[in-house]
Design a protein around this ligand. Structure first.
Ligand code: 3PG
Length: 214
């Protein structure tokens, strides 16, 4: 999977749902529900003890999806995620050792930035696609417009406080490659085995994206 494969997949459905699970079976069912709803770029977050197992499970069970690891905080997380089959890495913040581990392995990496200084540091590490986190708290659409006006060759993936309510506003910006978020995988629905809700939310997100981007 090359960076351009990922970009073209995101151009078709520019939304990256987060999968957080304690159990690989639940992670796989969630992934299948998202794919059924049209979202095929998935981020399994390293926030549970079973996260790497969940990541491996989703990579194996959903070959039609592009599967990355999220909440990658350290170089160790990065290499474990790559070993588990992650084809991209996402971090809440910017850490040079995570970026270097991804670059050495030839894996895309989207570190989180919330300020111009962080974006400039990432730019000087050779990165041109950055997570914008936490999007809502860090200034939302107006902050992205300001960052986009100076970092002309950077695209952003706003995450944090994005939902079906404001997705269209973010996707309307040329500098936004995709939006990420957990609203597509509500904990209560998943805990009760209601994966239809996950599929419906994915379909809704795809419909919003189609409306904005055609
Ligand atoms: C992340 O990991 O990117 C955020 O926790 C997602 O934020 P959200 O839960 O508001 O979508």
């Amino acid at each position: 999977m090359t960076a351009s494969d990922l970009r073209s997949r995101l151009a078709r459905a520019p939304v990256v749902p987060l999968i957080q699970a304690d159990d690989p079976g639940v992670a796989v069912s969630t992934a299948h529900a998202l794919v059924a709803g049209g979202l095929t770029v998935l981020e399994v977050v390293l926030r549970t003890r079973a996260a790497l197992e969940c990541l491996r499970g989703v990579v194996d069970a959903a070959p039609e999806a592009i599967v990355g690891a999220g909440t990658v905080l350290s170089e160790a997380h990065a290499s474990q995620s790559i070993d588990a089959g992650a084809t991209f890495l996402v971090s809440p913040g910017l850490h040079a050792s995570v970026v270097a581990a991804a670059q050495v392995a030839g894996v895309s990496v989207f570190p989180g930035v919330a300020t111009a200084t962080e974006a400039q540091t990432a730019w000087n590490l050779g990165l041109r696609t950055l997570k914008f986190f936490p999007a809502g708290q860090a200034g939302g659409v107006s902050m992205l417009k300001a960052l986009g006006s100076v970092f002309r060759d950077v695209t952003f993936m706003p995450t944090g406080g994005v939902s079906a309510k404001n997705l269209a506003e973010y996707l309307a910006l040329d500098s936004v490659i995709a939006c990420g978020g957990s609203w597509l995988t509500p904990k209560a629905a998943i805990a009760s085995g209601d994966f239809e809700t996950v599929t419906r939310l994915a379909q809704e997100a795809c419909a919003i994206a189609n409306e904005v981007r055609g």
